[in-house]
Structure formats: C-alpha cells, structure tokens
Design a protein around this ligand. Structure first.
Ligand code: PMV
Length: 339
C-alpha cells in the first residue's frame, strides 16, 4: 500500500475540496520515547514492529506556518533561514506535501520555527511533521480526529505519530496492512513533578539516519529478534509506573530500554553507535550519583545527547552536577492545558 492510498482513506472527497485559508499556523511538541520505536514492519507507511510510549517535552517543539502561494515550487525556511530545494530536508517536505495538493499547481511557503536542534536526536522530525499536519488540517478545514492526524503525521516520520498531543502517548503498533490501527493515543495520566533534563553534548546532525540505522539493525543484528519481547515487558512496567507514580520503576525501565536499543545497534554490522565520549562520561556520572542514592536516570535517542529523568525536588542537586542541562517540565500547566 502507498502513502497516497492512506491519505485517500482518511480524506476521501475532502482532497478535492478547493476551499482553503490563505495561511495556517500550528505548534506541536517534540516527544521522547520512554519505550522506543526501533524497526519498521512497513517502511513505506512507517508501521512499527512494536508499540512505543513517549512523553512530550513541554513547550519544546516546532511551529509551522503554511501559506498558499502563487509560485512555481514550495519555499521552505527553518528558523528564518531559507532551505535549498536541493537539500534532503526540502525534498522530504515537498514529497510529503505532494500527498495533499488539491491541484498540481498548488504551492506553499512553509516556515518552520523550532526551539530544538535539527536532527540531533531530539525528535525534530517528530514535531516538524506533526506541526505540519496540524497546520494542513487548519488550512484545508479538514477537522480531522486525533487518530487521523496521528496517522497522517506518521506517514511523514514514525515518531511524529506521538507528537499530535502533549503528555504521555502510546503509539500502538497495530496489525492492519493499511496501518489504520497504528496511531498515538493519549494516556489520561499527568505527572506534574516529572522533569526531563536536556543534556546537549553535541548539536551536529546525526551521521546515520534512524531509518537507515533501524533497517541495518534488523538486517544484521543477531539480537534484534529479542527486541519485541523486551518492549512488551517494558511497556507493561512503564504504564504501571505512570499509573502508580512509581518513579524508580519508570526511570529504571526507560534507561534499560534505551541501553538495550543502543546495545542492539552496536551489534549490527557495520556497527552503529550514537555515542560520543561525552555521552559515556555523562552516563558514568549518572550511575555514580545513583550509587549515592540520587533517583536520576537517562534515556537516549538516535543522537549523542541524553535526556535526564528525575523528580522536581532533586533539580537543584542535579543542576550542580550538570550545569549546562536545560530543564523541561512536560506538564507545565500553560503548555499542557492548551489542548
Ligand atoms: O521517527 P524516526 O524515524 O525519527 O525514529 C525515531 C527513533 C527513536 O527516536 C530512536 C526512538 C523513538 O521511539 O522515538
């Protein structure tokens, strides 16, 4: 099945609707997975091999403004800088927008502003595609459900399925070939004391995309077949931890899940490592602090940066050890009550 078939399933006649606003703007938060998505069962539709569960990062994310323009092609800016049409980023965006053009001559000015670095393992594609889908929904007056918005965002980038709403989101893998049962669902729980600390050790673009890294892991790692089993267990523990506000269980499970994902990647061939010396050194500091009784854990995505997990009352102590860490409170009321 192709992406355009899914778009037809969701939008049907609305794709022909010539009515649209001149411009629309939407924000989507970025998210980090506490239980990761690593591996696709369908790489065209970004359907995952396993379910995953994330938390959004408060007001960290992307705001996309879409304007319909009378011009020969799409123009893109990222944080006010023009993106060349020959770049991979531009091509990925325009290919995605091709799915929604009511007529071939319809072109857009796309301005994306993000308060996180692009492609440094901070899920910039997740909030980028989610905010683009939310802006398209407004522009074309579709009024889609959260489920359909999540499915469309997934067609742009898998983890974008979890960035349509703030909060804890579980992306169920689904079993259908068309992926209509594979989308992000908001969990009812909040956890105001839960903090995420962004520890940037390097802001450069990652050397290997998560798409390529996932495929290589599946193709070559002897350990990949164990991954779905690990995820199944971890999801049970993370949901229990969220429900019972058991921080030690949450932290331990999230850290172990991330380490397992990176361990499996190391066993791929050619090996994949997103570690830098600074990543390892920060991990060792975290483990030493934990030995001293501090409830501090981390998770890591497809990049060298760590996201620290802790509770609000430990912030001052942790900030002393990681002075450059940026604090994110995912359930800050002004962000969380927006939707
Ligand atoms: O959505 P993608 O293709 O950028 O993949 C995201 C993969 C991880 O960030 C490493 C894990 C996750 O679940 O977000």
């Amino acid at each position: 099945m192709k992406k355009s078939d899914v778009v037809h399933l969701i939008l049907g006649d609305r794709l022909q609707n010539p009515l649209y606003s001149e411009s629309a703007t939407a924000f989507a938060p970025t998210n980090i997975a506490l239980c990761k998505y690593w591996g696709k069962r369908d790489s065209e539709l970004n359907l995952p091999n396993t379910s995953s569960l994330s938390i959004s990062l408060g007001d960290k994310g992307a705001t996309t403004t879409l304007q319909v323009k009378d011009q020969a092609d799409d123009q893109v800016t990222f944080n006010h800088e023009k993106i060349l049409s020959s770049s991979g980023f531009h091509k990925r965006l325009t290919a995605f927008l091709d799915l929604f053009r009511t007529q071939k001559s319809l072109h857009f000015q796309i301005n994306i502003k993000a308060n996180i670095p692009l492609a440094a393992g901070l899920a910039s594609s997740a909030c980028g595609f989610a905010s683009l889908v939310l802006a398209l929904d407004q522009l074309f007056h579709w009024q889609l459900s959260l489920k359909h918005l999540s499915i469309l965002a997934r067609l742009g980038s898998g983890s974008a399925a979890r960035s349509i709403t703030p909060g804890f989101v579980e992306w169920e893998k689904g079993i259908q070939d068309d992926g209509m049962d594979s989308y992000g669902k908001l969990l009812p729980e909040t956890w105001p004391d839960l903090c995420v600390g962004l520890l940037m050790v390097n802001q450069n673009e990652k050397k290997i995309s998560s798409r390529e890294a996932m495929q290589r892991t599946i193709d070559t790692s002897l350990f990949y077949p164990l991954w779905p089993e690990k995820v199944e267990q971890d999801l049970i523990h993370i949901k229990k931890a969220i429900h019972e506000k058991d921080f030690l269980l949450l932290g331990k499970t999230a850290e172990s899940n991330a380490l397992t994902m990176h361990g499996i990647m190391l066993s791929a061939w050619p090996p994949i490592s997103y570690y830098l010396p600074e990543t390892i050194s920060a991990m060792q500091t975290i483990w030493a602090l934990r030995e001293q009784g501090l409830a501090l854990f981390f998770t890591q995505d497809a990049g060298p940066n760590l996201k620290l997990l802790f509770l609000a009352h430990d912030f001052e102590r942790i900030k002393k050890c990681f002075t450059t860490m940026e604090l994110v409170k995912p359930f800050l009321p002004r962000v969380f009550n927006k939707t």
